[in-house]
Write a protein of this length. Structure first.
Lengths: 456, 456
């Protein structure tokens, strides 16, 4: 199958792990408990140092016929990085250099293995901003691009795709190609770069990215706005946007879930009024602008039934609120089978939530949910007990069916990976799936890269 | 080859033009004088009324082996819409319905044949905004998407790609498929929608688009800032952005070109100081914010050598300035061979302009130029006299070579069409071109759609 000596000859002895005991952390990712997949028995981990070594490994894989699983930070939740066939895990961790923070062009050039945390630090130390924040700061640049990461801060400037201006990619046939650059406009033939974005490691191994930066805006300020009912909260979202304010983030949460999480974390949720909240993060051109935007948001929400508004301006208070929000699933992580990732037109989030609540009652289960309300991305949490009763797939498919009925899709930001392949035909037609298979075959005729993440 | 009767059976007798004298305007587009291509002798124009009729025409084309040239507003400048082989021109003009302006989701759903002018009017009458403005308002939605149109207003929220959230497409094999929807996040497999954007009519016929809208911001205010030299103007651009202000547009123009244009138009350019200008268009959350941003822009520019700033706030004054800017090529249209469309990293625009000026001197010709300075997109104008001396291709290739050397590409917003196919290998590698050919073959195995616009 594959010859460890040949891999060592490419990357050096120190950068190959063949001993199973030492590779455990490379065999898993953050896939939810209820969906975790068993890694294959014969796996070797290689850690190349540059694109040229990756190219040689990929060429070897084509010659000898073994699969390669590219691996970034391992923060994916859909088993995309789990090597389920005998083969090579190719970790990008040694491509960890920030090549350049280019203040003149407002771009950062980073190798694929740079973590989100490292990227943010480098950019902020130059007084600039990379707005998106898709959760785990251990995620790596290559993975952020390959999975078109989203997160809470996608309302104003969009998901990671919008920031990607250039890529260096090792194709599944071994060629190293460059796409785009420090360019805000580029219409030079069919756009391979945008095809690589969200390709989840099946069309190429991203080794370097050029990402657009923004100036550091004034703010952020964080508002927690309380409502007595879900629909008043959700209805306020388009009203905020129509008022001319585009926040970085508009999150929907239930108060009891935030209180449970705070308790679990040994702290207190700072808001005591209302049943549901919108958490709104605002930035602006200067402090006055931020303040006026906050006022406008508060007024719009009050006119739509808000009962209380907390405005957090200092860093600590904001961090406290966002920390509790981001840790919400920790409270019941051990009981969690799976977090769904449906996305619907933003105004349909309330209907989607009603349906999930109805299903929770019908199946006598608990389905906690949070939503990136500003962009219609919605995360219902299915519990292990539902899986133990053999009902998780049924409930999931009913939630998916409702999302599709509302004009939505089964994944907004987490992707398909391996765990959602079985349901992708609920929102993508047969001809489009055929074209996706054709694309995989065009780029990767020997089916080398993450073969079991591709549409069958 | 093709049977007019069969086409009439699909769309109705009234919607087929077979008489050459009546189809002249369907045989050309806005391709520059020096590059215009001769239309083929045997052409039929069909005007289907919906996607289903288009599907039937495409299936017929596959059966009978004739090419189809999809046609939007005919405002392209690269001969993409010119039928250079015997075949069918398929005009989208009857798909002219705004299906919905959705205030709750801040989206507009429009058929492909809706003109930009009609779209803007419909959106603005609902108090909303579609920010991009790629010049000619006779352009149609399908073409804007298929060509990923850019224009001046791409600095703040990007080119048309950023606004496209859903498409309905008739594939070259006849299937009608839907991609995306009213969705701000969508990670469901390989992204066919982003592959269709900027596919210039070779991978499918776009019949409907869902586009993201924004609230109508306060403003716009337009500044004309004067500098004595080019580099002070260009150097000010990143300083403006670093200050935290992101204008909708930052244009570079030479004063003498604006004065010539104004004279040609029988009016006066309102600024008399400086040799070069930045034209900056600012919007904001409210009037105070717009005013403060304008102040900030003026201060930054003054600190970088600006000698004068005109702030135009009223509608007429702004319209006057932008009208003169947009008509600049009219002054010498009859002498114009071609307008180039190179794009470089924004900070390199000054170097690019120096090179063009040097080449103009070397070849003893005049090369007027304007630049979308905020996004590095740069339009040198080559004159017919250069072509008459047989030197246009040489000068063009030298400009392209410099752009590529600076990290740029040969087209930022106008696209490749047919007229730039010969130079695309200057900025795209052989393997990527091979993949583009493979993509064309995958989507369009019988090479039906705009066959002569595809990479050979």
């Amino acid at each position: 199958m594959f010859d460890v000596a040949k891999l060592k000859a490419i990357v050096g002895d120190d950068w190959v792990i063949a001993d199973r005991a030492q590779m455990e952390r490379y065999l898993i990712d953050e896939t939810y408990t209820g969906l975790v997949m068993k890694p294959a028995d014969n796996v070797v981990v290689v850690k190349p140092g540059n694109a040229e070594e990756i190219s040689r490994i990929v060429k070897l894989a084509n010659e000898e016929g073994f699969p390669i699983y590219p691996r970034g930070g391992g923060t994916g939740v859909c088993a995309g990085a789990i090597p389920t066939r005998d083969g090579v895990v190719l970790s990008l961790e040694r491509l960890d250099k920030i090549v350049e923070v280019d203040r003149e062009n407002l771009m950062v050039v980073a190798e694929a293995g740079v973590t989100l945390g490292h990227l943010l630090e480098a950019v902020e130390s130059e007084g600039l901003l990379f707005p998106p924040h898709p959760g785990d700061e251990g995620a790596q640049v290559g993975g952020l691009v390959a999975c078109n990461a989203g997160g809470t801060r996608a309302v104003k400037y969009g998901v990671v795709r919008n920031y990607v201006k250039g890529l260096e990619v090792v194709l599944p046939t071994g060629e190293v190609v460059t796409m785009g650059g420090k360019l805000l406009k580029n219409n030079t033939g069919l756009d391979l770069m945008h095809l690589l974005i969200d390709s989840e490691g099946i069309l190429g191994i991203i080794t370097r990215a050029v990402l657009r930066l923004y100036p550091r805006f004034a703010g952020p300020a964080t508002l927690v706005i309380s409502f007595e009912d879900r629909h008043s909260a959700i209805r306020s979202v388009p009203r905020i946007l129509q008022s001319g304010v585009i926040p970085m983030a508009i999150e929907y949460v239930d108060r009891d879930l935030m209180e449970d999480t705070a308790r679990y974390l040994g702290t207190t949720w700072p808001v005591t009024k209302g049943k549901t909240h919108l958490i709104v993060i605002v930035t602006g051109t200067n402090e006055d602008d931020v303040y006026e935007q906050c006022q406008a948001v508060a007024e719009v929400c009050e006119a739509n039934g808000a009962v209380d508004t907390l405005m957090a301006e200092n860093r600590e208070e904001q961090a406290h609120i966002l920390h509790i929000r981001s840790e919400e699933s920790m409270t019941y992580k051990a009981q969690l089978a799976e977090i769904l990732d449906v996305t619907v037109p933003p105004a349909a989030v309330g209907d989607m939530m009603d349906e999930v609540e109805k299903l929770a009652a019908e199946y006598a289960t608990r389905i906690p949910m949070v939503a990136h309300a500003g962009d219609g991305n919605f995360h219902p949490h299915l519990m292990l007990e539902l899986k133990e009763r053999g009902l998780d797939r049924e409930v999931k498919r009913r939630i998916y069916a409702k999302a599709v009925e509302l004009g939505g899709v089964i994944s907004g930001e987490h992707g398909i990976g391996k765990t959602r392949l079985g349901e992708i035909d609920m929102c993508v037609d047969a001809k489009s799936l055929e074209l996706m298979r054709g694309l995989k075959n065009l780029f990767d005729p020997n089916n080398i890269l993450s073969p079991d993440s591709a549409i069958k």
